[in-house]
Ligand binder design. Structure first.
Ligand SMILES: [Zn+2]
Length: 367
C-alpha cells in the first residue's frame, strides 16, 4: 500500500465526490455539473474539493472526517488527501510550501450552491485566529460566480458596512436579531456569472439565493454567526461566537465603511488574461496581488495547452467540455464536474481537447 501511495504522489489524482452537510439547502447545481440523473437540493449544498479540512458542523450534525476529500483510485481502502499530504508533504505540497506552512494545505476549495440566501456571518482574521484560536489561519475567502438560478431576477451578495455602525449599535441589532436592519447597513452588490468577489476576513457578508460559486478560502471552518436562524438549524448564542465571549469575537468584525466605489475597486475583482497558447487562454480571476491567501485561474482550452506545477500543487475543477490531462505517467479523462488534485511533484503536463475544455485552477497561499 505504501509503495502504491508513493507512486500516486507523482501523478495528478482524481478526487471522489465529497459533499458536506451545511445549515442551508442547495446543491442541485452541483448535481447538474456532475451529470447526476435527478439534480436535487438537499442538506448537502457544498462539495469540498481536495479538502484537508474537517467540517465543524454544529451540535449533533458534527461528523468525524466530514469534509476530508478522498482520492478515487484503484486501491484497497479509501485514502484521504490529508493522509497522503502527511506522509509525503514535500512531494504533494512542494518544498517551499512546506517550509512556510508545514503540512497544512493552506487552501480550502468548495463548490457551493445556495438555494436560499445564506445567513449573515463573518470570519476571523489571521491575527485573531493566532491570538485566540491557536491557528495560523483565519478565513479570508473569495467567490467566483459560475451560474445563478434562472428564477432569481437580481442575484446579489451582501458585503461590508455602507454606513458607520458603532459596535454598541451592532450589538443591539444582533441581540434583537433585527435582520432587516443588519441587511440594510450592508452593501447589496449585484452579481452574475463571471463575477469575482473578494471577502476579506472580518467583513460581514452573505450570499444571496440562487448562486452557484467556486469558493476559495483559508483552510479553516471558523464562522462568526451574526444571523442565528437558517432553514436547517438555529444557532444558540454560545454556538455563534467561536466558543469565545461575544464581545471578544466581535472585536474581529471589520466595521470599516466602504463607499460603493471602494466596493467595486477593492472587493469586486476584474479578471485578466495572463497567458495565451494558440487559441487557448489562462485568466487570473483573483490572485496574490489581491491576497496572499490563494489564487484562482480559469483555463479555456481549445486543442492543446501546456501547464506545469512549478513546485506548487493545485486543485482543478472541470467546468465545461471534455478532454484529457496528459502527464509523465499517463492520462486522465476530463469532463464537466471532474475534480483533480495535482501534486507539486508532477511537473509538466498538457491539457488536450478536440473541442473545448474549461478548467478552474485553484492555488494555495503564496509560499
Ligand atoms: Zn463566509
Amino acid at each position: 500500500m505504501n509503495d502504491r501511495l508513493r507512486e500516486l504522489t507523482t501523478s495528478p489524482m482524481l478526487l471522489a465526490p465529497n459533499r458536506v452537510w451545511r445549515m442551508y439547502k442547495g446543491g442541485a447545481m452541483i448535481d447538474r455539473l456532475k451529470g447526476v440523473a435527478d439534480p436535487m437540493d438537499s442538506e448537502f449544498p457544498e462539495e469540498w474539493v481536495g479538502s484537508t479540512v474537517q467540517a465543524s458542523n454544529p451540535g449533533t450534525h458534527y461528523r468525524q472526517g466530514e469534509g476530508l476529500a478522498l482520492i478515487s483510485a484503484n486501491i484497497p481502502e479509501p485514502v484521504s488527501i490529508k493522509t497522503i499530504v502527511e506522509r509525503y508533504p514535500e512531494e504533494i505540497l512542494g518544498a517551499q510550501h512546506v517550509k512556510t506552512y508545514g503540512t497544512s494545505s493552506a487552501l480550502l476549495v468548495k463548490l457551493l450552491d445556495a438555494a436560499e440566501r445564506l445567513i449573515i456571518h463573518a470570519h476571523p482574521t489571521k491575527a485573531f485566529a493566532k491570538d485566540h484560536l491557536n491557528s495560523c489561519f483565519g478565513k479570508t475567502e473569495a467567490w467566483f460566480v459560475l451560474e445563478t438560478r434562472p428564477d432569481v431576477e437580481e442575484p446579489y451578495v451582501l458585503i461590508a458596512f455602507k454606513e458607520d455602525v458603532p459596535r454598541q449599535r451592532y450589538r443591539e441589532m444582533l441581540n434583537k436579531q433585527d435582520i432587516n436592519e443588519m441587511m440594510r447597513v450592508m452593501h447589496r452588490v449585484p452579481v452574475k456569472a463571471g463575477s469575482v468577489v473578494y471577502v476579506k476576513a472580518g467583513l460581514p457578508h452573505a450570499i444571496g439565493e440562487g448562486m452557484f460559486i467556486v469558493e476559495l478560502q483559508e483552510p479553516t471552518d471558523y464562522s462568526i454567526i451574526l444571523e442565528r436562524s437558517c432553514s436547517n438549524y438555529n444557532f444558540s448564542v454560545e454556538e455563534s461566537f467561536l466558543g469565545l465571549p461575544q464581545d471578544l469575537t466581535l472585536s474581529t468584525l471589520d466595521h470599516r465603511v466602504y463607499s460603493p466605489e471602494e466596493v467595486q475597486n477593492e472587493l469586486v475583482i476584474k479578471p485578466h488574461v495572463v497567458r495565451r497558447e494558440g487559441e487557448s487562454t489562462e485568466s487570473r480571476l483573483l490572485g496574490y496581488e489581491t491576497t496572499e491567501c490563494f489564487a484562482g485561474n480559469r483555463l479555456e482550452i481549445v486543442g492543446e495547452m501546456s501547464d506545469a506545477t512549478n513546485g506548487r500543487y493545485s486543485v482543478l475543477i472541470v467546468l465545461d467540455g471534455e478532454g484529457s490531462l496528459i502527464h509523465a505517467h499517463g492520462e486522465i479523462a476530463l469532463k464537466r464536474g471532474t475534480e483533480v488534485f495535482v501534486p507539486a511533484s508532477v511537473g509538466q503536463y498538457v491539457f488536450r481537447s478536440n473541442k473545448h475544455l474549461s478548467v478552474f485552477k485553484c492555488l494555495p497561499a503564496q509560499a
